[in-house]
Design a protein around this ligand. Structure first.
Ligand SMILES: Nc1ncnc2c1ncn2[C@@H]1O[C@H](COP(=O)(O)OP(=O)(O)OP(=O)(O)O)[C@@H](O)[C@H]1O
Length: 228
């Protein structure tokens, strides 16, 4: 289990994460949703120890969570533009014994012998994803993995998340559209201004859209009716 207690983080004087208590059950897929700026990426950077909290504890299976516990797909990845895709993958340990690069790349169709400078945004995302998947970690954190991917590749990511769960991994994933999350998650957690507001189990997913968008839909409806 990932256990968060009294976690606070801020930029300057502004508190961005304020999480008194949150548990992410192990071997489950957890979706994190929230508006732009809600704190999803900041939370992930705290979990992966890229950021240091102002206070609080993050534990994995009863001990302090460490960076090596997680495979982390960032929203934006960094590439040395003059490295080929294969050379980029060589930077990372290949500790996942099940990893089958050639078969995965039959689906992703990346030109792995070409320099990454020639890759599109979606191709870079797929390459970064391969680099994460080739590493064996107990926890995988995917920040907006579907952004920039074509429909087929998005489907591959959904399948990979299901496969990681079947292998007993714990997965946290954020997205800007609910579809892929509702498909693959065991629970969806709503982050609002750095605070976990509500968690939904699979049998409550039909409530999410209604509760997330009711107020917004009403305002948007009023606006459309009055013209803009
Ligand atoms: N380096 C930074 N310096 C100052 N403020 C920051 C910095 N990074 C993020 N923030 C602020 O922290 C808050 C949370 O940002 P974060 O990127 O975690 O949100 P998010 O939920 O991932 O948003 P999005 O859905 O747009 O990716 C926002 O108000 C943002 O402006």
């Amino acid at each position: 289990m990932i256990r968060i207690r009294d976690l606070q983080f801020g930029y300057g004087g502004r508190l961005v994460i304020d999480c008194a208590r949150m548990d992410f059950e192990a071997q489950q897929v957890h979706g994190i949703v929230g508006l732009n700026g809600a704190g999803k990426s900041t939370l992930f950077q705290l979990l992966t120890r890229y950021l240091k909290p102002r206070q609080g504890a993050i534990e994995w299976e009863g001990r302090n969570m460490q960076r090596k516990d997680t495979g982390y797909l960032e929203t934006h990845n960094y590439f040395y533009t003059n490295l080929t895709g294969n050379e980029y993958l060589d930077i990372f340990p290949r500790s996942n014994k099940d990893f089958q690069l050639e078969r995965l790349n039959e689906l992703f169709q990346l030109p792995l012998n070409e320099v990454t400078e020639a890759y599109s945004t979606g191709m870079k995302k797929k390459l970064a994803l391969l680099a994460i998947l080739q590493q064996d970690r107990p926890v995988y954190i995917f920040d907006e993995p579907f952004n920039g991917l074509d429909l087929e590749s998005g489907r591959v990511v959904e399948l990979m998340i299901a496969h990681l769960k079947a292998k007993g991994k714990t997965v946290l994933v954020s997205a800007h559209t609910l579809g892929p999350l509702l498909q693959g998650c065991d629970q969806v957690h709503l982050l609002r201004n750095g605070v976990f507001a509500v968690s939904y189990g699979r049998n409550e997913f039909d409530r999410i859209e209604r509760e997330l968008f009711d107020d917004f839909n009403r305002k948007a409806g009023d606006l459309v009716r009055s013209g803009f």
